[in-house]
Design a protein around this ligand. Structure first.
Ligand SMILES: *Cc1c(COP(=O)(O)O)cnc(C)c1O
Length: 383
């Protein structure tokens, strides 16, 4: 992570590549312009929307993190969800999406995609190979995955799902945001890996960015064509900040993951807590699957309280926390808490996780301070 993406850009000896802003690219000649235009799927400089040196440096860094060959940077994580879905689906096609999918991806499938004649079936994220095969129709072109699932943290058997999808000629798309740096999508059968770089790559809660990474030239042409057709682009200043974030991401992740495990273990032992939804805890139902496929964890997990607490009690408990901001997104250096009851929408599996839920993102604060803060919060709840 310290050296990726640096040789590609002339920096006159400075450690970091500069920010290259630009719309117009000046060509030495008309002939040079014609020749460059023919290489539109390469990292050549033709026009701003095709990306500049700062984009290309970040593309190389993300492709290396993900273990893929090519990467496209887009303005948000949600744009990175939308681009490959629209690249691989057309009217009359069928898409499979896990019931635990990131909410806005469900909204896209149920709204625009449906309107364009693409039918989506939401499936139980815990399907095995045979169950996946049973869900696939002759017109299924995309099997979408996200592991672990948003808010409920089910770990999917990606290799099994990919075997069933590939046997039917469907593409496997994965939102790999939680697994950044710890899940190698292309070694597990994924064709297109989606990242919200907004999270740990940027790492400072101040930039939105997404990436779509592939490991096959035909997939690259499909993704780049769709992204280009829709005019997707990201600011080079934001790419520069993501490049800066990427340099320290492995050490931030390591520390935040350790802090999160300490907090998660402590929470698990509390009488107010029914379950902690963290794949790295041995109590997690898919812990063995996580252990098989992931080399580590990030610092985002869910907490299910014992049933019976009212919304007002849970809100007051979270409102009273001193070190946890109340907010969406995650992956920054600071801790966040977010009530998730009623947030989760399910159509194929049970919505109720057993009690009121909230999600914690653990930052770089001292875990002892975070635990003291949570202890004061939980102490406000009746036993
Ligand atoms: C945040 C998030 C996204 C979207 O990222 P944005 O940059 O906020 O659009 C996509 N998928 C998952 C799992 C996320 O948590």
């Amino acid at each position: 992570m310290s050296h990726a993406g640096r040789p590609a850009v002339r920096s006159h000896g400075f450690v970091n590549p500069p920010v290259h802003r630009g719309s117009t690219v000046l060509y030495p000649s008309c002939e040079a312009r014609r020749d460059l235009a023919q290489q539109r799927f390469e990292q050549v400089l033709t026009y701003g929307t095709a990306g500049g040196p700062t984009h290309h440096a970040l593309e190389d860094v993300v492709a290396e993190i993900e273990g893929g060959s090519r990467c496209m940077i887009v303005g948000t994580g949600l744009a990175a969800v939308a681009v490959p879905l629209l690249a691989f689906l057309k009217a009359g096609d069928h898409c499979l999406m896990p019931d635990s999918v990131y909410g806005p991806a469900r909204t896209l499938a149920e709204g625009l995609m449906r309107g364009w004649g693409v039918e989506t079936t939401f499936y139980d994220p815990l399907v095995d190979e045979a169950a996946t095969r049973a869900l696939i129709r002759p017109n299924t072109k995309v099997v979408y995955t996200e592991s672990p699932g948003s808010h409920s943290f089910e770990v999917q058997d990606i290799p099994a799902i990919a075997r069933a999808a590939h046997a039917a000629g469907a593409k496997v798309l994965m939102d790999n945001t939680w697994g950044i740096h710890h899940f190698q999508p292309f070694r597990h059968g994924v064709d297109v890996s989606i990242q919200a770089l907004t999270k740990y790559v940027v790492g400072h809660s101040d930039v939105l960015l997404g990436s779509v990474t592939v490991n096959d030239e035909a997939d690259w042409v499909a993704v780049r064509t769709a992204g280009g057709a829709m005019g997707h682009y990201a600011s080079p200043d934001d790419c520069w900040l993501a490049l800066r974030g990427a340099r320290t991401m492995p050490v931030r992740l390591k520390q935040q993951a350790a802090n999160a495990m300490e907090v998660a273990r402590w929470l698990e032992a509390r009488p107010e807590v029914l379950r902690v939804l963290h794949p790295a805890l041995p109590s997690h139902p898919q812990h063995a699957l996580w252990r098989r496929d992931f080399s580590g964890a990030c610092s985002l997990f869910g907490v299910v309280l014992r049933p019976g607490y009212t919304e007002a009690q849970v809100f007051a408990m979270i409102d009273g926390l001193k070190l946890f901001g109340i907010g969406a997104s995650w992956g920054g250096y600071e801790s966040l808490a977010l009530p998730t009851t009623g947030f989760i929408r399910r159509t194929a599996t049970a919505e109720d996780l057993g009690g009121p839920t909230f999600r914690l993102h653990i930052g770089l604060e001292d875990p002892a301070d975070l635990i003291a803060d949570l202890q004061a919060g939980l102490d406000t709840l009746p036993r």
